[in-house]
Design a protein around this ligand. Structure first.
Ligand code: ADP
Length: 171
């Protein structure tokens, strides 16, 4: 239980739910979104088509199909537009909405990628701080759940470890 930071590929995680840094169409894209769709198989896109998109900062859930994870929670994080377009609140909302949806569906173990810090260009250290505060805040209210942050490269892992060290002790 608690909050763990690892390096790895989110598509191989044996969590109850993995989170997808999706776009608002929910119809697939590049980066982690493309990797999740490739690993889950075409049934994932078929279910996503029935969802009619998702607003930035909100989240929708599907089955995991060929993934080891039971569910995929799709959340479009904010595109970085300089910091005055509500990006911080929208990023926090992506994490919080994803965790709330996981809890509502009985998913106790949840794996996240670093939302918005790829193609959406959210500054990494700032995103890591927001993710850490939001996830740890949620876990304090849900001590039966646990979260793994799955970092795809060492720079990302270092940023999340620094953010956790600055935040204090994990839940
Ligand atoms: P966004 O559009 O939200 O910025 P990206 O997919 O471009 O999303 O990038 C988000 C993060 O996901 C980046 O740190 C990227 O390196 C990482 N990433 C890409 N593929 C994977 C994967 N298979 N598992 C985990 N993280 C991944």
């Amino acid at each position: 239980m608690g909050y763990t930071i690892i390096s790895g590929d989110i598509t191989t995680q044996h969590a109850d739910a993995i989170v997808n840094a999706a776009n608002t169409s929910l119809l697939g894209g590049g980066g982690v979104d493309g990797a999740i769709h490739r690993a889950a198989g075409p049934e994932l896109l078929r279910e996503c088509r029935t969802l009619h998109g998702c607003r930035t900062g909100e989240a929708k859930i599907t089955k995991g199909y060929r993934l080891p994870a039971r569910y995929v929670i799709h959340t479009p994080g904010p595109v970085w537009r300089g910091g005055n377009a509500g990006e911080d609140e929208l990023l926090a909302s992506s994490y919080w909405s994803s965790l709330r949806l996981a809890a509502e569906n009985g998913a106790k173990t949840v794996a996240f990628p670093s939302i918005s810090t790829g193609v959406y260009r959210f500054p990494l250290e700032r995103a890591a701080r927001i993710a850490t505060e939001t996830v740890c805040g949620f876990l304090r209210e849900h001590p039966d759940m646990s979260v793994t942050m799955v970092c795809f490269d060492e720079r990302t892992k270092a940023a999340y470890e620094k953010a956790l060290a600055e935040y204090g002790s994990p839940p």
